[in-house]
Design a protein around this ligand. Structure first.
Ligand code: ZN
Length: 149
């Protein structure tokens, strides 16, 4: 991926972000995939000790969220709750037949930002980064951008 140069208030280049593209293959129609270790591995390669880690997901029927990974039932229950909130069939017009996936994608959002402190993702004890598949299985990917020093 190309580097993107950000400019500070003086208009000079202050830092650059190298966006890293990571493949995230999915195996079910709906699925939460813990990508914390993937992201942490890319962070450690950069050597950044203090800064910000951004994760962006360029799809319209998937999402990103942060939630508990200690009990796998939490991820299961998030999917069950979303399925209850947004049924597969309903008063939808989108001809592809995957409107539920588009709605769930918007509920979850497409980006995350996590502080980097002492070279580590500053997540809470129970927090994990999840890729949320809502219309799989598909070949998905995320972009990871790390800034700092
Ligand atoms: Zn669609």
């Amino acid at each position: 991926m190309s580097n993107i140069f950000l400019r500070n208030s003086k208009g000079t280049t202050s830092e650059h972000v190298k966006w890293i593209k990571l493949e995230v293959p999915t195996s079910s129609r709906t699925q939460l995939i813990d990508i914390t270790n993937l992201v942490a591995a890319e962070l450690s390669k950069t050597g950044v000790k203090n800064g910000t880690c951004s994760v962006y997901m360029p799809h319209t029927t998937a999402g990103l969220t942060i939630n508990e990974n200690a009990d796998p039932d939490v991820a299961r229950d998030i999917l069950a709750g979303l399925a209850h909130l947004v049924p597969v069939t309903g008063d939808y017009r989108h001809a592809e037949g995957n409107s539920d996936a588009h709605i769930k994608a918007s509920l979850m959002g497409c980006s995350l930002r996590v502080p980097v402190i002492d070279g580590r993702l500053a997540l809470g004890t129970w927090q994990a980064l999840y890729f949320c598949e809502f219309d799989g299985p598909r070949h998905r990917h995320v972009l990871i951008g790390i800034t700092g020093e």
